[in-house]
Design a protein around this ligand. Structure first.
Ligand code: ADP
Length: 379
C-alpha cells in the first residue's frame, strides 16, 4: 500500500469517528432541548432553549456539509439505482419547506409538468439532497416575494432528462461571485460573521452531487432581483411505466376527503397524493368554504389546517360538529404546533387525529387509510 493510500484510509477512519463522536452528543443536545421545550417554561426560558436548539441544528448542518464535502472530494460516495416515485420526492421536498417559507411570508410555488413520468430509476436520496440545498438557499436568501420549484423533462422509451429549476426573488448574486459560486468555502471569502449562517459548502456539494449523478447545475442571477438555479439530471425509466398513471375512476373511490388549508401548495400536495391512491378529494381554502363544502357533500374524513385566517381550525370544528351529518366524522388536525398542550386541545375539540407539519406523504396516506377504510368496509 502506498503512502497516499495510507493517508486516505486514516482520513476516512478519522472522518467516520469524528462523525460519530460529534453526532452522538449533538443528538443528545437536540433531544434534550426538545424534551425541555415540552415542559412548562417562562417566556424567557423558552427563548433561551429555542436559541440553544437553533445553534445545535446549525452545528449539525455544518457538520453534515463538511463531512459530505470531504467524502465527495475523496469520491467515497456510491450512487444508488433504485425505483422511486418522482412526484412523491418532489412533493415531499416542497412540503418540507412550506412552514419555513410561510414563516418568512414567502409564496412557495410548485410547478410540475403533469406529463413527467412518475416512476423513475436513480438515486432519490441524492436528488432530494440537491433540491433541499437549492430550496433552503432560495428561502434563506429571499426576504420577500416567492420561491418556485419547476420540474419538467424530455422522456423517451427508456429515460427521462429531468430539468429542475429553483427560482427566487431574493438578494441575487453579483456577476463576480456567480463565477466561483460552486467552488466551496464561498462564505470564507466574505467572512463567516455576516448575517447568514453556513460554511459556503452547500453549492460545492451540490455540484459534486450533480456530477456524480451524471447531471449538471448552473445559475443565472441578478443582484437585488433574484436567482435561478438549473439542475439537469438524467434518470432511467422502468420498462412498464412509461406513461403517467391514469386518474383513478370515480367508482373505485376509497373515500371522500375534504382538505382544508389556506395554502394552495399544501392543498395541491395533499390532493395529489390522495387522488393517486384512489381517494376523492375536494379542497377548501378557509373555514367558511369548508363548512359550505361539508353542507353539500358527505365527506368520510376532513383534514383540517388549524392556523387559517378568518374562522380558524377550532372554530371550524365547532361549527362542523353542529351539523347532524358531521357529529362523528373523523377530523384530523394538520399543524406545525406539535406541543402536548395543543394536541390535548385538539382532542378536547373532538378531533380524532393529528398530523404534524411538514407532513410526509407516507404519514398522510397512513392516517387517511386508518380513518377511511373502516368507514367504507361497513358500507
Ligand atoms: P451556505 O448557504 O452554506 O452559505 P452555499 O454553498 O449553499 O453555502 O452558498 C454559498 C453562497 O452563495 C451563499 O453564502 C450565498 O452568498 C450565495 N447563494 C447561494 N444561493 C443563493 C441564492 N439563492 N440567492 C442569493 N445568494 C445565494
Amino acid at each position: 500500500m502506498s503512502k497516499t493510500d495510507d493517508i486516505s484510509v486514516i482520513k476516512r477512519q478519522f472522518l467516520a469517528s469524528l462523525n460519530h463522536e460529534i453526532r452522538t452528543p449533538l443528538s443528545g443536545i437536540l433531544g434534550m432541548t426538545d424534551l425541555l421545550l415540552e415542559t412548562p417554561l417562562t417566556a424567557d426560558q423558552k427563548e433561551y432553549v429555542d436559541s440553544a436548539r437553533l445553534c445545535a441544528e446549525n452545528l449539525l448542518e455544518l457538520l453534515n456539509g463538511a463531512l459530505e464535502f470531504s467524502a465527495l472530494s475523496a469520491s467515497h460516495v456510491r450512487v444508488e439505482e433504485t425505483e422511486f416515485s418522482l412526484r412523491e420526492t418532489l412533493d415531499g421536498v416542497t412540503a418540507e419547506f412550506l412552514p419555513k417559507a410561510e414563516s418568512k411570508g414567502l409564496k412557495l410555488i410548485r410547478n410540475f409538468d403533469s406529463r413527467l413520468p412518475d416512476a423513475a430509476i436513480g438515486d432519490a436520496v441524492r436528488l432530494r439532497q440537491l433540491l433541499v440545498n437549492l430550496l433552503s438557499n432560495a428561502i434563506k436568501f429571499t426576504d420577500q416575494g416567492e420561491v418556485e420549484l419547476s420540474a419538467f423533462g424530455h422522456t423517451d422509451q427508456s429515460s427521462v432528462s429531468l430539468s429542475l429549476v429553483v427560482r427566487d426573488t431574493g438578494i441575487g448574486i453579483s456577476p463576480e461571485r456567480v463565477r466561483s459560486i460552486f467552488e466551496g468555502f464561498q462564505r470564507l471569502h466574505n467572512g463567516l460573521l455576516s448575517d447568514h449562517s453556513g460554511l459556503g459548502l452547500g453549492l460545492a456539494v451540490s455540484q459534486k452531487l450533480a456530477m456524480l449523478l451524471n447531471g449538471n447545475i448552473t445559475v443565472q442571477s441578478e443582484l437585488g432581483r433574484g436567482s435561478t438555479f438549473f439542475l439537469d439530471i438524467p434518470l432511467r425509466l422502468p420498462s412498464e411505466t412509461l406513461k403517467p398513471e391514469p386518474e383513478p375512476q370515480l367508482e373505485q373511490s376509497r373515500g371522500r376527503i375534504l382538505v382544508v388549508d389556506d395554502n394552495s401548495v399544501a392543498q395541491t400536495i395533499a390532493s395529489h397524493a390522495l387522488r393517486r391512491r384512489a381517494f376523492e378529494v375536494q379542497c377548501a381554502g378557509d373555514g367558511l368554504a369548508a363548512l359550505q363544502a361539508a353542507s353539500q357533500c358527505a365527506f368520510d374524513l376532513i383534514l383540517l389546517d388549524l392556523q387559517m385566517p378568518g374562522l380558524d381550525g377550532f372554530q371550524t370544528v365547532e361549527r362542523l360538529r353542529q351539523m347532524p351529518r358531521y357529529v362523528e366524522t373523523p377530523i384530523v388536525a394538520v399543524t406545525a404546533n406539535c406541543s402536548e398542550d395543543y394536541r390535548d386541545k385538539c382532542r378536547r375539540y373532538g378531533m380524532q387525529g393529528f398530523l404534524a407539519k411538514p407532513v410526509r406523504t407516507k404519514d398522510l396516506v397512513q392516517t387517511v387509510e386508518q380513518y377511511c377504510t373502516p368507514v367504507l368496509a361497513s358500507h
